[in-house]
Write a protein that binds this ligand. Structure first.
Ligand SMILES: [Zn+2]
Length: 516
């Protein structure tokens, strides 16, 4: 018997990006999209084109890059949004417009101030207009979890007639329990059978996002919307890796289903998103948390040594966490070994990126004895996601005698000029950042600062993530990677500045946050 494919619709770049502090630059979004394609995601929701010129630009670039996944752009049910969505994905090989309107009584009455007939009219118009740009249109009944089932059927009839082929039923506020989702999906998929695919989009406010998605699959959903690491607004979305691994690990229950996901790309995807957003999954997070595969306690360890299956229901290898191979390269490793290793980790670099990464690897290998997979992942990600470097750090000198005034001298290259400045601050980091501001003339406001060690040991690489807002525009993230935390901090701050300059003027509008 042939198995039903469960389509995996990833919304890390749209819903995930809305988590506080997760905004990314265009280069970072492109790298994530490329990784999602390697992961085998069916549909990549690349963004909300009408939100800002920066969002539009990123979706357009992703559309040119991604070939094997459908690129999807979100639009509210209004002409200007649908037009922006359609134009942003015009160059994609496979494309979809995803449009939506609220269908719950509370949203229709208080937010939209529209009666149900008007809501249906708007939805139909949006779908019809979307079909003038693409064949593949998805319609979402926002807040379906609190909508009347009779009305869901009525609006579904209308939008399917207008040309929508996927009906998504989001539990926007994460309120529903599995049996309720199951009942809604069963009724809707029986009702629309053969006319449309039923999809779910479950938020995790009660910690039930994944459970609700699995229940939906059992009752007829053939698409699930989810994010890597469960990223997303508030408590986040259903986690892609948990849904996929539950289907795979319990194939005895989910006998009739398969996904197109290459599970070996799960761990690399999780690391990439954590590195770029600076949001680490909790250590005990299922599948991708730091502790998900360590069996520390003596009894467990003994069991695992005797037979892995005693306590391990999933192998680390199956998600691409290569366990016995973590110690990799050193000082004497050549370019070929470096390139091989990167390929094994799933990176395909063009020559320029390979050269600059190798150069950075050599510098690191001089100072760090053992270089682990995670070090390499961080280094290459950092290299590949850099915005155009308007400013580049040449050197940094610090003075912070106890009781004295913290001061910094910074040398920065801008085009062909080298600029040196010195300054003081409340603390060393403040002194460094203020001095960089004096050189650039941009006034940065530091909103968040995080240091994480990439691997273990005293000589571990420091990965610094800063969130800075320049000229009162929305904050932007910067990353810096170095053995020296201060150097990493300076690089992170300059990284944020370069990202900002690459998007200057494109960030300002983002008038409407989408709740879906
Ligand atoms: Zn959502």
């Amino acid at each position: 018997m042939s198995k039903d494919t469960i389509k995996i619709f990833d919304t890390t770049l749209r819903d995930g990006e809305q988590s506080p502090g997760a905004s990314m630059n265009t280069e970072e979004k492109i790298q994530i999209a490329a990784q999602l394609e390697r992961l085998g995601v069916d549909i990549i929701e690349a963004g909300f084109a009408a939100a800002s010129p920066g969002d539009f630009d990123a979706i357009e670039k992703i559309s040119q890059r991604v070939k094997n996944s459908t690129v999807c752009s979100l639009a509210r049910a209004m002409d200007s949004d649908v037009k922006a969505a359609g134009e942003s994905i015009a160059k994609a090989r496979l494309k979809r417009i995803h449009t939506f309107i609220a269908t719950s009584p509370i949203h229709m009455e208080y937010k939209l101030k529209m009666n149900p007939d008007e809501v249906i009219k708007r939805a139909v118009r949006a779908v019809e207009y979307a079909r003038t740009f693409v064949e593949d249109v998805e319609f979402s009944c926002e807040d379906a979890g609190r909508s009347d089932i009779g009305f869901l059927k009525e609006i579904s009839d209308a939008v399917i007639e207008a040309g929508a082929s996927t009906i998504n039923l989001p539990d926007t506020v994460g309120f529903r329990l599995p049996f309720e989702i199951g009942a809604m999906v069963k009724e809707m998929s029986d009702y629309t059978k053969g006319r449309a695919i039923i999809s779910v989009h479950n938020h995790n406010d009660l910690g039930l996002g994944v459970a609700n998605s699995l229940e939906a699959i059992i009752h007829g959903a053939r698409q699930v919307e989810c994010t890597i690491n469960g990223l997303g607004e508030r408590a986040g979305n259903a986690a892609l890796e948990e849904i996929v691994m539950a289907l795979k690990t319990r194939s005895d229950v989910f006998t009739n289903f398969k996904t197109n996901i290459n599970t070996k790309e799960i761990y690399p995807s999780s690391r990439l998103i954590a590195t770029i957003t600076g949001i680490e999954p909790q250590p005990n997070k299922a599948i991708v948390g730091k502790n998900a595969f360590s069996h520390e306690s003596g009894i467990h360890q003994d069991g695992v040594l005797k037979n892995k299956e005693t306590y391990e229901i999933i192998t680390p290898e199956s998600i691409g966490l290569i366990k016995d191979d973590t110690l990799v390269l050193g000082k004497h490793s050549g370019r070929a070994a470096f390139k091989d290793k990167l390929a094994k980790l799933g990176f395909t670099l063009n020559n320029d990126a390979l050269n600059s990464s190798f150069e950075r690897f050599k510098i690191l290998a001089d100072r760090k004895k053992e270089i682990y997979d995670d070090d390499l992942r961080a280094l290459v990600t950092n290299e590949m996601t850099k915005a155009t470097q308007v400013y580049e750090l040449i050197s940094l000198q610090l003075m912070d005698c106890s009781g004295g005034v913290p001061s910094a001298a910074v040398k920065i290259k801008k085009e062909n000029d080298e600029i040196i400045e010195a300054g003081i601050g409340e603390g060393t980091i403040d002194a460094v950042f203020k001095t960089i501001d004096r050189i650039s003339g941009y006034n940065g406001k530091l909103e968040d600062y995080k240091v994480k060690s990439v691997s273990e040991g005293k000589d571990a690489l420091a990965n610094v993530t800063v969130k800075v807002s320049f000229n009162d525009e929305p904050a932007i993230i910067g990353h810096g990677l170095n053995i020296d935390t201060m150097l990493a901090s300076a690089r992170a701050y300059i990284g944020a500045l370069n990202s900002y300059l690459s998007m200057e003027g494109k960030l300002k509008e983002r008038p409407h946050k989408v709740m879906l």
